[in-house]
Design a protein around this ligand. Sequence first.
Ligand code: BGC
Length: 294
Amino acid sequence: LHEFASVAVRVCKDDAYGPADEETDMTHRVALGIDIGGSGIKGAPVDLVEGRFLQERMKIETPQPSTPQAVAAVVGQIAEQFIDDLPADAPIGITIPGVVQHGVVRSAANIDPSWLDCPGQDLFSEALGRPCLLVNDADAAGVGELRYGAAKGRDGLVVLTTLGTGIGIALLYNGVLIPNAELGHLELNGHDAESQAAASVRRRDDLSFEEWATERLQPYYAHLEFLLWPDLFVVGGGVSRKSEKFLPLLKLRTPIIPATLENAAGIIGAASLTARSARILRSTSTSAALRPCM
Ligand code: BGC
């Protein structure tokens, strides 16, 4: 991988989050997306016209502890698998289950705490020798669904929720992502909502789909609805495959539909977000900035 440019490359996220723009989006037809999760790290090259994988996804178990260095090594392995099939300047989009502000990880609810304040975007760009964009996992999934899936063509406020180990949220207003909305941590009955209503909680508390829907999801979505007045809820995460078991039980004024890209949404959304090459800013590496997470 180090045969590629060694300069760190920063992606201008504020532009990348904006509405789709044919001219700049089509500069790259292919980008690599990598999704860092609590149990697995998954990646695949993505056709950005079709919004689908070009090759079978590669998955490697998340190292424990999932420190930045250990995770960067696995991300490097996945990138190496596909790099020969990518154009030399094709960027890489990487998701992480935490707040990412200007390339720096600012929260670590479900990953190793050593990620806190880690300049992850620079870390990956240096490690892979390619321009990388680091983005919150739910934000990436939201953009995937917006550009290629269940939220395509939907104006107004779309709220995508990912139900998994935690609860992730993407706020999309008229095609623009408002990043890092951490509404999975709203207070619900005096507790952090994700500790009451995430998909992992259904298994932890041995709840039937009906109990989970009526006792946990109903108050959570009703609260979100009361605060945000969305036009549409899209429900993602692996459990969206079984949406018929719980979505019809929810009584909301907002339409609520399952995501269509399922677990591919994060990879596809990250690849899509990172592909605006005309807006990539090259800057010299600041190795001092890497120290906090090394
Ligand atoms: C994190 C979010 C993340 C979500 C889903 C939450 O615990 O705070 O940043 O999007 O989990 O992984």
